[in-house]
Design a protein around this ligand. Structure first.
Ligand code: ATR
Length: 279
């Protein structure tokens, strides 16, 4: 029996077992995909013990993605560029790390906002780990110029430094001016996080976006974020972030279980019901 896992701290909230469990039963594969909660101080030992553990590999979520990057003996080019590993697998006993978040982001937009990769001016809100994956996907798939806007401007500037001359870093004060000629706006800042800090209602000013602009939120709880609602109300094409979660799971499942699964409406419905039950 092939075994895979998702690890994080905490990990109870992870919807990955639902996704992989759905595919395992759809294909009739005798395999397992389990949650393993690992506290940060134990993460290096956990990853170090994976060769010979019987696991084919697994997913890594917050806060272990950088630890997994350091633990892997071999990295794919995407994980190295993003600086984080979300997917691990074993090749001849060697621990390998990849990052499928950028793929998941692009595949979701391919499905929901076709033509997104032909845009020339992209604005990304946020400069954390999720923004790095989005940035990698946008640079890889399009010729766009990317402006990263972040509360802490130094972090946005550091991303620009790391990702090269097509990227620039900006503070929130420049948002209105930058949105005026944006073709695609991507939010990577969790409004829960923002709300906890007391300013969750501070939406970007969508009225300054051009009429042809597309809007994407990688946050998927709630499924329709205030940003997406505002975008749709303005008549802009908008994509929620759930598809990124579903699509990023595809390459991992294929590596561990040997079959490439599909992101279907049935899978999406399953996860949507789960979000409605436990947001
Ligand atoms: P993730 O992996 O989800 O991107 P992260 O690496 O912790 O998480 O990054 C969180 C992002 O949300 C950052 O861009 C952060 O801005 P700062 O760099 O200024 O901290 C942003 N963020 C979090 N709370 C915010 C708030 N209240 N207002 C604006 N941005 C916020």
């Amino acid at each position: 029996m092939t075994r895979a896992f998702v690890t994080g701290w905490p990990v109870a909230h992870s919807r990955s077992p639902l996704i992989h469990g759905h595919w395992l039963s759809a294909f009739g594969i005798e395999g397992s995909y389990e949650k393993i909660a690992v506290p940060p101080e134990k993460a290096p030992d956990f990853f170090g013990a994976l060769p010979g553990s019987g696991f084919a590999g697994g997913n890594v979520t917050v806060p272990h993605k950088e630890t997994a990057l350091r633990a892997a003996s071999r990295l794919d080019a995407t994980a190295a560029a993003i600086g984080a590993v979300n997917t691990l697998w074993l090749e001849d006993g060697t621990l390998c790390g990849g990052n499928t978040d950028a793929y998941g982001f692009a595949a979701n937009l391919d499905a929901l906002l076709p033509g997104w990769d032909g845009t020339e001016d992209v604005v990304i809100l946020g400069a954390g780990g999720a923004a790095r994956a989005v940035l990698h996907a946008v640079l890889d798939r399009s010729r766009a110029r990317v402006r990263v806007i972040n509360r802490t401007v130094a972090r946005a500037e550091a991303l620009a430094e790391a990702f090269g001359p097509r990227v620039s870093g900006h503070g929130e004060g420049e948002q209105r001016a930058l949105l005026r000629h944006a073709d695609l706006l991507v939010n990577t800042v969790s409004k829960d996080m923002a709300k906890a800090a007391g300013d969750g209602d501070a939406l970007p000013e969508l009225d300054s976006l051009p009429d042809h602009a597309m809007v994407s939120d990688i946050v998927y709880v709630p499924l329709e974020t205030p940003l997406l609602r505002a975008a749709r109300r303005r008549g802009l094409a908008a994509a929620d972030g759930l598809g990124m979660l579903l699509h990023q799971a595809v390459p991992g499942f294929e590596r561990w279980f040997g079959v490439r699964p599909e992101v279907t409406a049935a899978l999406r419905d399953l996860v949507v019901s789960d979000i409605e039950r436990v947001p």
